[in-house]
Design a protein around this ligand. Structure first.
Ligand code: AMP
Ligand code: GLY
Length: 433
């Protein structure tokens, strides 16, 4: 069987690892574009994940049986639609469904239409309109927090949790006038009520008819310990029973998961792919912060180390749009952790090209997976840093403490110039305002 995985981060390394698990060498996996870790278990091909035509041609030429998409950009560009036009099997959201992530305004209106609990919001098209809304005070006084979001894809830079109206005004100006995320992504901006609570990421597989939940995860978005400093793509993730208690999970399934999948069907885009629901667990119940139409990174790493079933079969059902109800989706009842090691300067200006030492020794530690993200092989054959998030040290164990201890023991072996990571993953329970 020939598989193709699209993407080059830690999430994609975890996907390739999980797809390969339990299969022999007759399983061929290509990855566009991959990284130094993926290159050890798959064939990396240098096609840009947003070059939809070249990817489809590659899939035809190499007789790819199934393609799995990691990042959002190709989904929003219609990669799945392009593959399906050519009769190729691909697991991922089509362009219509990808709007749930690619347009926050679309997602908010979708939630309003289908009565899905989320923060109160207004969509504005100019700073003047924004100013009027803020002055009206429906999101609180001058000293209350308020959230400002660019409508379009902004690689994690489009959301500002402003602590006051003045900060919100500045954020709106940066987005709509200052070009902080590009003009197209910020043509419209969402002003939103600030919610307080702990966050959780609930992901699921859906074939358009049936769905299967993954273990709930918690990301750690801020760069600094104690949830301080700027937001990042994610500095670590855990899965553990404490992330989402059974009662809240049932509320989320009833009020959020099922209305979302039914709403998508009612709106003419039965959701096929991986749906990621970002939740705020407020005192009044769970609220949706955002949808993503893909695996999270680093959530995928922490989740996939607990998968006991065959990921290829699951992804085949998702891609075919049928059969998920007959496919086993079983998770170990352990807890897991992924601690991200990032480059100096991340997230603003990561430095690259540093040699990473200690990987061989680290790989000998049992019960730990070292997923590569921004890594490359130098001309001398050394593994070097090539991006902001570099490695995701991941472990699954009988309890969270054990999983974390294994991750941090492994990290003690690894170093490079300027390596940074959070020592409080899983210990600092997410922001509470
Ligand atoms: P999003 O990309 O919409 O999930 O936003 C990124 C991060 O901003 C979230 O993970 C939250 O930490 C924060 N955030 C987004 N919306 C809100 C909100 N309404 N209230 C408080 N924090 C929020
Ligand atoms: N870790 C958050 C995301 O992948 O969007």
């Amino acid at each position: 069987m020939n598989l193709l995985v699209i993407g080059s981060g830690g999430r994609e390394h975890a996907l390739v690892w999980a797809l390969r698990k339990g299969h022999d060498a007759s399983l061929s996996i290509a990855c566009a574009q991959g990284n130094a870790g993926i290159a050890e278990i798959a064939e990396c091909v240098q096609i840009n994940p947003t070059d939809t035509g070249a990817l489809a041609e590659f899939a035809v030429e190499k007789r790819i049986d199934l393609t799995i998409v990691g990042p959002e950009a190709p989904l929003a560009l219609g990669l799945v639609d392009e593959f399906e036009r050519r009769g190729l099997l691909i697991a991922g959201a089509n362009q219509m469904a990808a709007r749930l992530e690619a347009s926050k305004a679309f997602a908010k209106d979708f939630m309003a239409r289908h009565n899905i609990p989320t923060a109160r919001y207004q969509i504005v098209s100019s700073p003047e309109e924004a100013q009027k809304i803020l002055n009206r005070g429906e999101f609180g006084t001058e000293n209350d927090p308020v959230v400002v979001k660019a409508d379009g894809l902004a690689a994690g830079k489009g959301v500002v949790v402003a602590r006051s109206r003045a900060e919100a005004e500045e954020a709106i100006n940066d987005l709509m006038v200052g070009g902080a995320v590009g003009a197209e992504a910020a043509r419209r901006v969402i002003i939103e009520e600030a919610l307080a609570g702990r966050e959780a990421s609930l992901l699921l597989f859906s074939d358009g008819r049936d769905y299967a939940l993954m273990p709930a995860a918690r990301d750690h978005k801020r760069i600094g310990e104690g949830d301080t400093g700027p937001n990042t793509g994610g500095m670590g993730a855990i899965t553990d029973a404490s992330v989402l208690d059974e009662e809240t999970l049932q509320q989320v399934v009833r009020e959020i998961v099922e209305p979302t999948l039914e709403g998508a069907r009612a709106d003419g885009f039965a959701f096929r792919g991986v749906l990621f629901i970002g939740l705020m667990l407020t005192e009044e119940g769970a609220r949706v912060l955002e949808y993503n139409v893909r695996f999270g990174d680093p959530e995928a790493q922490a989740i996939l180390v607990r998968l006991e079933s065959n990921l290829i079969e699951i992804m085949e059902s998702v891609a075919r749009g049928a059969g998920l109800d007959r496919t086993e989706v079983r998770w170990s009842d352990e807890s897991s952790a992924c601690v991200v090691l990032a480059a100096r300067g991340y997230p603003a200006r990561p430095e690259t090209g540093d040699s990473i030492t200690g990987l061989k020794r680290a790989a000998e530690i049992p019960g730990v997976q070292i997923f590569h993200a921004g890594t490359a092989r130098s001309a001398e054959g050394q593994t070097i840093t090539s991006g902001g998030r570099v490695l995701g040290i991941t472990s699954s164990a009988v309890d969270l403490d054990t999983a974390l201890r294994r991750c941090y023991d492994t990290i003690d072996c690894i170093s490079w110039n300027g390596m940074q990571y959070r020592r409080d993953i899983g210990r600092f329970g997410g922001r509470k305002k």
